[in-house]
Design a protein around this ligand. Structure first.
Ligand code: NAG
Ligand code: NAG
Length: 498
């Protein structure tokens, strides 16, 4: 008994020590991460000379690897951090930079590049030169007022989501969970925005494609492996940080622990987190000797060999962020639910726990949430341990001794640190419309862009006669006279239908 008490006091003591050191790290690293991020944005960022206003460089590294380019996706993730800080009132000085970003992206949309021009596929181009000219070497392709700029991208997503694409690591050309998840979010959020500002012409089609995306999103779940398959191609296990990033990038506290949108506290996302974390326990020697329920360094995916195949700062931080998001929702809803799918995850923290719902007044809730908070802090402690004393964040740290490696000052590493730290302090996150969605029973595909075609017929008729049209495609009812489309006589004697 006594040794048991001593042991638990010892564990409590080390958890407290960890909390204190993580608190210290968050306090010192936050301003460094913010400054590191801002240094990589033109025109005035100290490490981004040559970048046009509002252009985010991926890293100042110019060789092995050369990242002195601007990626549309990475830049947007970086600016999401700044926009969230601005709209939350945390940093109101960012408005000029945000306006610069909008102008820069509007310019890049119009730059003809190897994927095409603005209306022939150019919006799928992943990266550009930092002076806003096209990057023309071979690469994995494709990939003011505000509304026309946003609308171009929403139309692109609505039209092309059902075509294959390179995953966010730009390696596998197939369908990708992260891409499907954020495309789904973009069309839902875009529909709400369009409705609010009275731009309703495309809202129905955005919603229809969002339903298709939500349906397709379910198919990535691997029920026998208990994880989310990151890419439909690639010939790997499919265990990938892509899935954890998708869960945090589509977090919506209003959706609770909904599994259809893979919310951070959903049973599927928690089961997936366990499978993902466990896949790195034995392959990185810096993880040796860590208990099977302790935090470890994690990378992009276990089969990774890029730049040596090492842990990534942003991947390790993403695990912490998903757990903090989950804790935020459990605290807000005053309960947590263990299902057969999430049971192995929760058993990491209480081997006797059973499926069921535990209210915040239960000891199980207290035990689990406090252990999960310690687990989450553990990932930040790993991040801290392998961050050099000046606080600079590279892309990776080596699996053998934790020294920073690959691109220096990766802008995304700084952005991920800021969002992870914000999640730890339970910062209010805005809702994007994930609550109350219904997954369609049948998944429809989308064969691609559509155009409006107007049929006009000049026909003199007598009262009671109508003009119909049918034809060889679905939109014209496939030669079915019974469901033929009725033309409108609004401009009689011209009968018309679009
Ligand atoms: C960049 O510096 C110029 C010159 O000092 C200044 O006019 C401009 O406002 C700065 N831009 C930003 C976004 O801070
Ligand atoms: C297109 O959508 C259908 C229906 O969800 C799906 O089965 C198919 O895999 C999708 N293809 C791509 C490339 O997204």
């Amino acid at each position: 008994m006594r040794s048991c008490i001593l042991l638990s006091l010892g564990l409590l003591g080390s958890a407290l020590a960890q909390t204190t050191s993580v608190d210290t790290y968050v306090a010192t690293e936050s301003p460094i991460a913010k400054a590191g991020l801002l240094a990589n944005i033109g025109p005035n960022g100290s490490k981004s000379s040559g970048a046009k206003a509002g252009v985010v460089i991926a890293s100042p590294s110019t060789s092995n690897p050369n990242y002195l380019y601007t990626w549309v996706r990475d830049s947007s993730l970086v600016f999401k951090v700044l926009v969230d800080q601005y709209t939350a009132g945390t940093d109101t000085s960012l408005r000029g930079l945000i306006d610069d970003f909008v102008t820069a992206e509007a310019t890049l949309q119009q730059v003809t590049n190897p994927s095409g021009s603005v209306d022939t596929g150019g919006l799928g181009e992943p990266k550009f030169n930092i002076d806003e000219t096209a990057f023309t070497d071979p690469w994995g392709r494709p990939h003011v007022t505000l509304w026309p700029i946003i609308q171009l991208d929403l139309n692109y997503v609505a039209n092309f989501w059902n075509q294959s694409t390179f995953d966010l690591w730009e390696e596998v050309d197939s369908s990708s969970f992260w891409t499907t998840a954020v495309q789904h979010r973009s069309l839902r959020e875009g529909s709400s925005l369009a409705t609010r500002i009275g731009q309703t012409s495309s809202v129905a089609s955005y919603k229809a494609q969002a339903d298709n995306l939500l349906c397709f999103l379910q198919t990535y779940w691997n029920p026998s492996g208990h994880y989310i398959t990151a890419n439909t191609g690639g010939g790997r296990s499919g265990i990938d940080s892509n899935t954890v990033l998708a869960s945090i990038h589509t977090f919506d506290p209003a959706a609770g622990c909904d599994a259809s949108t893979f919310q951070p506290c959903s049973d599927k996302a928690l089961s997936n987190l366990k499978a993902y974390v466990d896949s790195f326990r034995s392959i990185y020697s810096i993880n040796n000797g860590i208990a099977s329920n302790g935090a470890v360094a994690t990378g992009r995916y276990p089969e990774d060999v890029y730049q040596g195949g090492n842990p990534w700062y942003l991947s390790t931080m993403a695990v912490a962020e998903q757990l903090y998001d989950a804790l935020y929702v459990w605290d807000t809803q005053d309960s947590l639910t263990v299902t057969p799918i999430s049971l192995p995850f929760f058993q990491l923290f209480d081997s006797a726990i059973q499926s069921g719902t535990y209210s915040s007044s239960s000891s199980a809730f207290t035990t689990l949430t406090s252990a999960i908070r310690t687990f989450a802090d553990g990932f930040i402690a790993i991040h801290a341990k392998y961050t050099p004393s000046g606080g600079a964040l590279a892309e990776q740290f080596t699996k053998s001794n934790g020294a920073p490696t690959s691109a220096v000052d990766l802008t995304w590493s700084y952005a991920a640190a800021l969002t992870g730290f914000a999640a730890r302090s339970a910062t209010n996150v805005a809702s994007w419309g994930a609550a109350g969605l219904t997954v369609p029973a049948v998944c429809n595909s989308n064969s691609g862009p559509t155009v409006s075609v107007t049929f006009n017929v000049d026909a003199t008729t007598v009262l009671g006669e109508n003009i119909y049209i049918t034809g060889s495609v679905d939109a014209l009812s496939n030669w079915s006279p019974d469901s033929a489309l009725e033309l409108s006589p609004a401009s009689y004697p011209t009968w018309s239908s679009t």
